[in-house]
Design a binder for this molecule. Structure first.
Ligand code: PGA
Length: 257
């Protein structure tokens, strides 16, 4: 049996905690870190709290991610933030291609791939998100949709030596309280692993594939126990340090068992 990859548990705060409450939450996550030595912890606050949260995480094992990014270095792109700006704010990771960006802001596979390539080139590690809608799942198109999304950015991942993460987040499971069952998640994660493997064995073994979509304290253990689930991208449950910590503890327990 291949050894488990070191789990990564990332909190996507979305449009919450953009000020002092974000700094408080970051402080609480930093306090959890010493008891979670076998898990990589990432928090993704809104842009307005990135630098302050990164300052709070300084010297701890908690890393900070942007929730989005423009692929260009600078320019006339009102309202956008560049890879360099995320690095300057103290980020080491960036979430890209989240379904809310694809759905509400019209981000195409090609644009997401361009962002992922730009992030890697700048020195950021992307968490590249993929996932099918309910209609696509019901039409039996889950693997076809996820494959199309992964293949769009696969060349960018393969061209970089910087390990990235992929988050499989079924759109119907995000914020709905409905999660994919462990077997449903594992099926998609194994397929993603196989597509990575076809590009390079090293890429397949170095890329952590996270599950996201209503991950909570009570389902985290079962989801994380699947062999190709290397961690979680947590939305709602990451807004509270106790539940985020509990999910990370489930990952810690599995990686040390
Ligand atoms: P959720 O969000 O955990 O609230 O479902 C996950 C995500 O969108 O990353």
């Amino acid at each position: 049996m291949t050894p488990r990859r070191r789990p990564l548990v990332a909190g996507n705060w979305k449009m919450h905690h953009g000020g002092s409450t974000g700094v408080e939450l970051a402080t609480e996550v930093v306090r959890l870190a010493p008891s979670l030595l076998h898990v990589d912890l990432v928090i993704a606050p809104p842009f307005t709290a990135l630098a302050a949260c990164a300052h709070e995480c300084d010297g701890s094992r908690v890393e900070v991610a942007g929730q989005n990014m423009h692929p260009k270095d600078s320019g006339a792109f009102t309202g956008e933030v560049s890879p360099r700006m995320l690095l300057d704010a103290g980020c080491t990771w960036v979430i890209l291609g989240h379904s809310e960006r694809r759905q509400h802001f019209g981000e195409s596979d090609a644009f997401v791939a361009e962002k992922i390539a730009a992030a890697l080139a700048a020195g950021l590690r992307p968490i590249a998100c993929v996932g099918e809608t309910l209609a696509e799942r019901e039409a039996g198109r889950t693997l076809a949709v996820v494959e199309r999304q992964v293949r769009a950015f696969l060349p960018a991942l393969a061209a970089s030596s910087r390990p990235a993460a992929i988050a499989y987040e079924p759109v119907w499971a995000i914020g709905t309280g409905k999660n994919a069952g462990p077997a449903e998640a594992q099926e998609v994660h194994a397929a993603i692993r196989a597509w990575l493997q076809a590009a390079s064995m090293e890429l397949a073994s170095d890329t952590r594939i996270l599950y996201g979509g209503s991950v909570k304290l009570d389902n985290a253990r079962d989801l994380l126990a699947s062999p190709d689930v290397d961690g979680a991208l947590v939305g709602g449950a990451s807004l509270d340090a106790a539940s985020f910590g509990g999910i990370a503890r489930a990952a810690e327990a599995l990686s040390t068992s």
